[in-house]
Design a protein around this ligand. Structure first.
Ligand code: PHE
Length: 356
């Protein structure tokens, strides 16, 4: 009796074609009104000796059936997965449809190009939040409250944080310097591209714009490294080997000494051309990290030095790609994007070319 039941059940399990069919078999045997369950119920009418032997046999049967059900279930599910994988197969080697409409925004393209150049020099990308505390945006950068430099920034102030701290939309990417120096130990070599905000709007200013920050901190870093790094970047980015680059003394509270960087250009008849033409155009601020800033971040200024620079991304994108009006970057005009945008699969790289 038990043996026939076992043989029949195992056969039915083997024959089940899908998880639903298997479930039917389970209910018919082990369910409330199932055959094994019924036999278990009959045990009560037997005498003690018989009940013990038969009970043990039924328990073994139940275990064997359960194991067979589980095994078949795994098999069926595996089969279902294999069938699904087969039906959803995607040939990633197929060529892209040339009619693809999408374009990469010049800002994204420029960030990718900048990243490719600095990655090649061993920099990694760092990030920080757009909503900053007053401390990271100003105080830690050696710009104390009431310092006149704060007025230069046309800051957007936000309602205070729950703990009472002052919050701002970051006015530059320099707070990422602080976040980085407070979280990792030197040697540091990062760039931080991202959005920045200042309350200003005209032909050459939008309330939101992009900057990229660079920071290097190590034990023997000097102004020569700063200059070499920036000259190398400018020549690679504008793809002009003999591009003149000039450093003019300047002031930033968080660097000492500080400089502004000019590149060679020519202005004629309202047109601007980058290259060795005798005229100059300012493109970024830079300097050696101020010892007070290192100190604010727990880095010993008697052992470590660093350099930093920051530049506007729209500005260098406009110069490189001949885009005349800054405001058009953010008007979301598809015709503009089609004209100035980039084809998605042309990834900027120094080996293949930054832009084609
Ligand atoms: N944060 C400065 C600005 O927004 C640029 C800068 C960055 C200058 C790093 C020096 C060093 O104008």
């Amino acid at each position: 009796m038990v043996d026939t039941l076992k043989a029949e059940t195992l056969q039915a399990i083997e024959a089940a074609a899908d998880p639903a069919g298997l479930e039917e078999v389970r209910v018919a045997v082990l369910g409330k009104k199932g055959r094994v369950t019924g036999l278990m119920k009959d045990l009560g009418g037997l005498d003690p000796e018989e009940r013990k032997a038969r009970g043990a046999a039924l328990n073994r049967l139940k275990e064997e059936i359960t194991a067979a059900l589980d095994a078949r279930k795994a098999e069926l599910q595996g089969g279902a997965l294999a069938a699904r994988l087969e039906s959803e197969r995607l040939d990633v080697t197929l060529p892209v449809r040339p009619a693809s409409e999408g374009r990469i925004h010049p800002i994204s393209q420029t960030i990718d190009e900048i990243t490719a150049i600095f990655a090649d020099m061993g920099f990694v990308v760092a990030e920080g939040p757009d909503i900053e505390s007053d401390f990271y945006n100003f105080t830690a950068l050696n710009i104390p409250p009431e310092h006149p430099a704060r007025q230069m920034h046309d800051t957007f102030y936000l309602p205070d944080a729950p703990d009472g701290g002052r919050r701002v939309l970051r006015t530059h990417t320099s707070p990422v310097q602080i976040r980085t120096m407070r979280s990792v130990k030197p040697p540091i070599r990062i760039i931080a591209p991202g959005r920045t905000y200042r309350s200003d709007y005209d032909m050459t200013h939008t309330p939101m714009f992009h900057q990229v920050e660079a920071l290097v901190v190590d034990e023997a870093t000097h102004m020569g490294h700063l200059k070499g790094c920036i000259i190398e970047f400018c020549r690679a980015f504008f793809d002009i080997d003999d591009l003149p680059v000039r450093f003019r003394p300047s002031f930033f509270p968080f660097t000492e000494p500080s400089a502004e960087v000019d590149i060679g250009c020519m202005r004629s008849g309202g047109e601007l051309k980058i290259g060795a033409y005798g005229d100059w155009l300012e493109i970024m601020g830079c300097g050696m990290v101020h010892p007070k800033v290192l100190d604010n971040c727990g880095i010993d200024p008697s052992r470590y030095q660093g350099f930093a620079f920051g530049m506007g991304i729209e500005r260098i994108a406009m110069l490189k790609y001949g885009i005349p009006d800054l405001r058009t970057f953010f008007e979301a005009d598809l015709r503009w994007l089609k004209h100035y945008g980039f084809v998605p699969l042309d990834q900027p790289s120094l080996a293949v070319g930054l832009s084609r």
